[in-house]
Design a binder for this molecule. Structure first.
Ligand SMILES: Cc1ncc(COP(=O)(O)O)c(C=O)c1O
Length: 415
């Protein structure tokens, strides 16, 4: 095997990875028809947004869908709809995207960060249980990287303590738990169609639920307090304008036609890549629990142990992989609670009224470890061919075989 590409050797690959987003003439025609129709904002009749809500909810095994502008909006509205209010506590994982937690603060509530399971990257049910107080109102399990959280245990805890469950299915839609798609297994769930997600309209989101009352509440909150069937200028609650446009829905309706094929391709590739990497010392693959009946593979993740790679730090390993032509990354470099917004409690005057935990002093062991050891390969790579997966595995083995050449070289020193 030639020397490492980051040290001047020949890279494992120079070929392109699959383009993203995937689109063709159908998206152009769909957008053109919205432009020509003049009905650009959400319509009351013959609305593509309403059609998309119905189709996507059906695809996700949910009775109702309320399309919104983003996953962040879906979480914010969802927490409001289940009754999260001033000073309530909302339990969230410490290793997640900012919106999972800021949605609570947007509702004047307190995010309570708990640890995750290193084998699944999902919220640890024991940690949830330990964090419950009389102020706890909701749990937000994130189906991380498209892998179902342990919903049996989470639903049982929620039922015992009378808590709402708002699923963050922003990565997880398309995946299933015991054969049921994610998002409407708890009270409701939030989905994102932001540009990196496995179906996108640039931005966008949807709330999923099986509860008609919650669906009506979400509809009203996202529609500045309007109620379906009531006069246009009659507003019933303090809501937001989080309406999806007809442009977004037109694109998403086309994207929906491709997602089964794409999901199968990702699954086949991820299974193949997992087999190639299984047993490789220093690479820990995630557990596939029996309840994860389908994984959506929002990303392919593993944990990296530098001790098996001659002490090469994770970031140098990732840089070496990139030089080999593999678009690897490491995800979050610090847990969510270490972001300035939490660590310094930048919540405006809310801090005068509500007591927040000492986020700066927190250190959840698994979240901290993940930020040091996680390696990620994005979902778009998984749309490649089997040979592309082989390139990923070969590059990892090559870096391992040559790890001694990287000794003492910090990631920043590598091209
Ligand atoms: C886990 C998670 N939750 C919520 C969101 C928010 O979604 P959006 O970017 O559509 O607001 C994201 C988006 O990246 C996410 O990864």
């Amino acid at each position: 095997m030639s020397k490492l590409a980051c040290l001047g050797g020949k890279p494992i690959r120079t070929a392109r990875w699959p383009d993203w987003p995937v689109w063709d003439e159908r998206e152009i025609k769909a957008l053109e028809s919205v432009v020509r129709s003049g009905g650009w904002g959400r319509l009351y009749e013959n609305s593509r947004v309403a059609e998309f809500e119905q189709k996507f909810a059906g695809y996700q095994d949910a009775k109702f869908g309320v399309a919104v502008t983003s996953g962040t909006a879906a979480l914010t509205v969802g927490l409001k709809a289940v009754g999260v209010d001033i000073g309530d506590e909302v339990i969230v994982p410490g290793y997640t995207f900012i919106a999972t937690a800021t949605a609570a603060v947007q509702n004047n509530a307190v995010p309570v960060f708990v640890d995750v399971d290193l084998g699944t990257l999902n919220i640890d049910p024991d940690a949830i249980e330990a964090a419950i107080t009389p102020r706890t109102r909701a749990i937000v399990p994130v189906h991380w990287a498209g892998r179902a959280a342990d919903m049996d245990r989470i639903l049982a805890i929620a039922a015992r303590h009378k808590l709402a469950v708002v699923e963050d299915a922003c990565h997880g839609w398309g995946a299933s738990w015991k054969g049921r798609k994610l998002g409407a297994i708890g009270d409701l769930g939030a989905v994102s169609f932001q540009a990196s997600k496995h179906m996108s309209a640039g931005e966008g989101g949807i709330i999923l639920t099986n509860d008609e009352d919650l669906a009506a509440k979400c509809f009203s909150y996202h529609h500045i307090g309007r109620i379906a069937g009531r006069p246009f200028y009659e507003h019933h609650l303090i809501g937001w304008n989080f309406r999806m446009t007809e442009f977004q829905a037109a694109v998403l309706l086309v994207q929906l036609e491709r997602i089964e094929d794409q999901a199968q391709r990702r699954e086949e590739n991820a299974v193949f890549l997992s087999r190639q990497l299984a047993g490789l010392d220093g690479i820990s693959l995630l557990r596939r629990e029996p309840y994860m009946t389908r994984i959506a593979w929002h990303s392919f993740r593993f944990l990296y142990d530098e001790r098996a790679f001659g002490g090469v730090p994770r970031d140098a390993f990732v840089a070496a992989l990139k030089a080999e032509g593999i678009p690897a990354g490491h995800g979050y470099s610090h847990p969510l609670y270490k972001n300035p917004v939490f660590a310094e409690q930048r919540f405006g005057r809310l801090v005068e009224h509500i007591r927040f935990p000492d986020y700066a002093g927190m250190a959840l062991p698994n979240c901290e470890r993940l930020c040091r050891e996680s390696v990620t390969i994005g979902q778009t790579c998984l749309l490649g061919m089997r040979d592309d997966m082989q390139d990923i595995a070969d590059a990892i083995r090559k870096v391992k075989a040559h790890a001694h050449e990287l000794a003492g070289k910090p990631a920043e020193a590598l091209p």
